[in-house]
Design a protein around this ligand. Structure first.
Ligand code: HEC
Ligand code: HEC
Length: 293
């Protein structure tokens, strides 16, 4: 009898201690690995350490159309996984009620190394980019506080938020935004042939080396470094008259008229259409533009 009670107490203890550890206090850290030839990480990870639970929650939110006004458009509608999180179908992007936007959805990769976002650099913290998308009338058309209200009413979210951010009772927007950032931060693109060469695991062929020499001479002033961008705002000669004023919208400087953020050229085979307004459908068209410039 005594043994039985002892066993029972032991079993109860195990159940309680498991429950406490697993559900309430423990998260599993995920690390963001920066290849040594990449630029420094700019995202303040100390304020939002990445965990498996936070990443999984962020992924679910990214794919959830309930973040939009009529529950029809998720982030993933315009940032499609198989094509480096761009939108191959729509040019420019299409949001709720089939409204057509003005700009082409950029790739989402290597966000941890960037400090200004959107084609004009109008947002300077990754956590706030989703607010821009959610509240943009032509994208998701919602209001941030209403999205949070909706999430609090969906039963499946409460435990996921508690697992990702132990100790919180209510879902609030900072936690939602941190989770989405955790997902985006781990989308690191570092598996191309270029990367294998940088790591000493492969070599460029003769024709690749010829291409590289031309690239270094004609393109690398702007598309520089391991991410193939200097992250500056430049005019690459697309227009004389500007439908979209670009960086000038943010800086209010006439000298920024028609300048756009130099985009990274990683995954470039996947990210058509090209340019801020997606005017070129193929890389041949892009090269033709630079050739005739
Ligand atoms: C209707 C299509 C659409 C939806 C939905 C959408 N985006 Fe975007 N996204 C865009 C477009 C277009 C841009 C570029 C906007 C600009 O430059 O003004 C962009 C830009 C971004 C960028 C900046 C990338 C860079 O390199 O500067 C990030 C990050 C991003 N979106 C994340 C998200 C997240 C997270 C969501 C969901 C909360 C989302 N997007 C929903 C179309 C969309
Ligand atoms: C003066 C700086 C500059 C130089 C030099 C330059 N680019 Fe660009 N590139 C840009 C800018 C800025 C954009 C975005 C323009 C826009 O969308 O309005 C861009 C866009 C692109 C894009 C489209 C990427 C996307 O995701 O839409 C490709 C591809 C590209 N450049 C390739 C090249 C190649 C190849 C060369 C060399 C032949 C080159 N660029 C030279 C500044 C430059």
């Amino acid at each position: 009898m005594k043994r039985k009670i002892a066993l029972l107490i032991g079993a109860t203890f195990i159940i309680f201690s498991c429950g406490k550890d697993d559900v309430v206090t423990k998260t599993s850290p995920y690390s963001l690995i920066r290849p040594d030839y990449f630029p420094e990480i700019t995202y303040p990870l100390e304020n939002n350490p990445i965990t498996k639970e936070g990443f999984e929650l962020g992924k679910k939110l990214f794919n959830d159309p309930r973040l939009s006004l009529d529950n029809s458009v998720a982030c993933s509608n315009c940032h499609v996984k198989g094509v480096a999180f761009t939108d191959p179908q729509h040019n420019p992007s299409v949001g709720i009620f089939n409204q057509i936007g003005t700009r082409n959805a950029p790739m989402i990769a290597n966000m941890a190394f960037q400090s200004e976002f959107l084609w004009d650099g109008g947002v300077s913290h990754l956590d706030f980019v989703p607010v821009f998308a959610i509240e943009n009338q032509k994208e998701m058309g919602e209001e941030l506080h209403h999205v949070v209200y909706k999430l609090n009413k969906i039963p499946e979210y409460a435990p996921l938020f508690k697992a990702a951010f132990p100790g919180i009772d209510t879902i609030t927007s900072p936690y939602m935004l941190r989770a989405i950032s955790q997902y985006m931060l781990l989308l690191v693109s570092d598996k191309s042939k270029y990367d294998r060469v940088q790591k000493g695991e492969d070599v460029f062929s003769a024709s690749e080396l010829t291409g590289k020499a031309v690239f270094d001479q004609k393109c690398a002033a702007c598309h520089s470094g391991a991410l193939f961008t200097n992250y500056e705002y430049m005019n690459n000669g697309l227009d004389l008259v500007f439908m979209d004023v670009g960086r000038e919208l943010i800086s209010a400087l006439a000298s920024d008229l028609g300048k756009f953020k130099v985009p990274s050229l990683r995954n470039i085979m996947l990210t058509a259409p090209y340019m801020h307004d997606g005017r070129f459908k193929t890389l041949d068209e892009v090269l033709e533009h630079y050739r005739s410039e």
